[in-house]
Design a binder for this molecule. Structure first.
Ligand code: SF4
Length: 395
């Protein structure tokens, strides 16, 4: 949440409360064909030095938290559920010693369904984990196999069962639409199977072909045919309709939650709230400066082990911060807070925003709420990329 006491210092917006801490766990058992996240297959030899480096980085950079307690902790990847339990316990113990986790409200770990065994689940509550985000992606085994996922649809169902039995009552699942071979009918079936599992939260993303991935090369060679855009739009419409009918709130373009189960950690990214990112390839943001850790396991471990932060940093210009605020705000159901935008970025930004918004309001793609928030309408969500592009600042 944006904190009380944020304010302007000159024209640099400073905010000293960290919403949360993100820890990147860059290990996977195998690589999925579409994925361009930073991860390696080197858990066996690098797992222990990596976890020690993350703990050391937490100690090195704890001053960036300005003494504030951490509200949310998110272990993402990669595949955090691949960490052997003693290593996961060591990571949590080290973080507890380094930073104040006494006020923690949400502690999420990402998992792949095939790792979510009864034993694994049973160990989570004692570590303080109260939310699990699981990459299910699809309930079609042929598609899962084709893109290199290691689990089946059945394993995803069993994983949810195992989590519930262990008392984890806040479960999120990820889905992907537009996967090769997916049809509108098979996607509808996947959405309905997800709903039948009744997770508290569902994230769904359209597949993108990222340069350098195996899937990208398969498309280059003509081995894969992209799902046509018009079908992807239809899949997205079905997703929104089915989830809303099942009681999920559509609180961000790609995110849906049962009432009371919005992701607090991710909401803080969309709220433009500061966070600290630890681990290789992790990013941090303090309200004015972005910091980037190297996407290189050995470089990261070596730099931290030598006793210095590994990150590079970039101070965002006022207009880059304006763009982030508009882009992230419009992705959410809360929209862009007009008064805050004007106060933080001044009259020129405000004029630009309102001028560019006008035709989209007239076309019923954007609306202004009674408390002066600018929000995409249902039709506008389908055109969100183009609308957001118009509202960004072009120098
Ligand atoms: S498990 Fe996740 S992070 Fe690892 S390769 Fe697959 S999609 Fe990427």
């Amino acid at each position: 949440m944006p904190k009380k006491g944020c304010g302007n210092a000159g024209n640099v917006y400073i905010c000293v409360v960290m919403a949360g801490v993100y820890v990147h766990i860059p290990f996977c058992a195998s690589r999925c064909s579409y994925c361009d996240f930073f991860s390696t297959l080197r858990l066996a030899d690098a797992g222990t030095p990596y976890v020690e480096a993350v703990v050391a980085e937490a100690r090195l950079r704890r001053s960036e938290l300005h003494g504030e307690p951490v509200k949310t902790l998110y272990l993402g990847g990669g595949t955090p559920s691949q960490l052997p339990m003693p290593l996961l316990a060591r990571l949590v113990e080290g973080l507890l010693e380094a930073v104040d986790l006494s006020g923690i409200e949400e502690f999420t770990i990402e998992a792949n369904p095939d790792d979510v065994t009864p034993d694994w689940c049973a160990a989570l509550p004692s570590l303080g984990v109260n939310r699990v985000s699981m990459g299910v992606q699809s309930f079609e085994d042929s598609i899962l196999r084709f893109v290199g996922r290691r689990h089946t649809a059945r394993q995803a169902v069993e994983a949810v069962d195992n989590l519930r039995h262990a008392g984890i009552s806040n479960i999120s699942i990820d889905l992907i639409f537009g996967l090769p071979g997916q049809t509108v009918a098979s996607w509808t079936d996947s959405v309905n199977q997800a709903i039948a599992l009744a997770p508290q939260h569902i994230s769904a993303y359209g597949l993108t072909y990222e340069e350098g991935t195996r899937l990208w090369r398969q498309r280059e060679r003509g081995e894969v045919v992209e799902v046509p855009e018009v079908q992807c739009i239809e899949m997205y419409r079905i997703l929104v309709d089915e989830l809303q009918a099942a009681g999920y709130e559509h609180y961000e373009i790609s995110n849906f939650a049962l009432p009371g189960y919005h992701s607090r950690h991710n909401s803080s990214y969309w709220d433009d709230t500061p966070y600290l990112g630890l681990g290789a390839a992790a990013h941090s943001y303090d309200g004015a400066v972005r910091r980037y850790n190297p996407a290189d396991l050995q470089e990261y471990i070596d730099k931290i082990t030598a006793g210095a932060p590994a990150c590079e940093q970039e101070e965002l210009t006022q207009w880059e911060r304006y763009d982030e605020r508009v882009m992230l705000g419009l992705r959410t159901a809360r929209g862009v807070d007009a008064a805050r935008l004007r106060q933080d970025f001044g009259e020129a930004a405000w004029q630009h925003f309102t001028n560019e918004a006008r035709p989209h309001i007239a076309a019923n793609n954007l609306r202004v709420t009674d408390d002066n928030h600018y929000i995409l309408t249902r039709d506008g969500i389908m055109l969100s990329d183009a609308i957001i592009r118009d509202l960004l600042w072009e120098e």
